[in-house]
Design a binder for this molecule. Structure first.
Ligand code: ABF
Length: 224
């Protein structure tokens, strides 16, 4: 019988916990991501009894889930660095470059990734692609710049659409870029960041994952 999506998420979350466990000390600080795969990781971490001192969360939802397990959650401004960041993704390629931000938390996720010594990305293999861009690329934008950013993204060959009814934690809008096959993720990440009014884009290419764990019907694959 084939494994369900939930079982695949649990399996890859367990693989991440097994990977970090030997490296943890009572001083370890962890960055924890957002989404259903990250939630499975929180469930396992919360009952693991492993040594670590606390966490920084990439969303309020994850922070609450961590606190429900009695795990300390700190503000990143109080922390020097994070030993590991464990989070999901919307798409991942073989170079460990990612699209993230389907949950609109991309700016916070990018800051946590930047503060981390080692990023473990966890996903089921449905997220694996040869070329990034089938998943619409999320971009956080200052509201008054909506039109100029949309025009610039059209000029780059994408089909930008404002995500209706969504305001980010930073009081900005999200523009999702559809039909955007991203041949050079690092160059595209840089180019989008140059558009005035863009706060952050969901390409995690310059700071991609350090380890990508992908669960499938035959087990968990590890890409580094
Ligand atoms: C976060 O959660 C986001 O960057 C990404 O959008 C999403 C993946 O969620 P799930 O694990 O539920 O597919 O990491």
């Amino acid at each position: 019988m084939s494994k369900t999506q939930d079982e695949l998420k649990r399996e890859v979350a367990q693989a991440a916990l097994d990977f970090i466990a030997p490296h943890l000390t009572p001083a370890s600080m962890l960055g924890i991501g957002t989404g259903s795969t990250a939630n499975e990781f929180i469930n396992l971490l919360g009952t693991s009894g492993l040594p670590f001192s606390g966490t920084v969360a990439s969303s309020e939802a994850s922070a609450q889930r961590l606190r429900d397990f009695g795990i300390p959650v700190l503000d990143l401004s109080l922390v020097d660095s994070l030993q590991f960041y464990i989070d999901g993704a919307d798409e991942a390629n073989g170079a460990l470059e990612l699209i993230k931000g389907g949950g609109a938390a991309l700016t916070r996720e990018k800051i946590v990734a930047a503060a981390s010594e080692f990023f473990v990305c966890i996903a089921d293999e449905s997220k694996e692609v040869a070329t990034l861009g089938k998943f619409p690329l999320p971009i956080e934008v200052i509201p008054m710049a909506e039109n100029i950013v949309i025009n610039a993204l059209r000029a780059m060959g994408g089909r930008p659409e404002v995500r209706e009814g969504v305001i980010t934690d930073n009081r900005n809008i999200i523009i999702d870029v559809h039909d955007f096959m991203i041949a050079d993720p690092k160059a595209t990440e840089t180019a989008i960041n140059q558009i005035t009014g863009v706060v952050c884009n969901g390409l995690f290419a310059h700071r991609g994952a350090d380890l990508l764990l992908l669960s499938g019907q035959t087990g968990v694959r590890s890409l580094r």
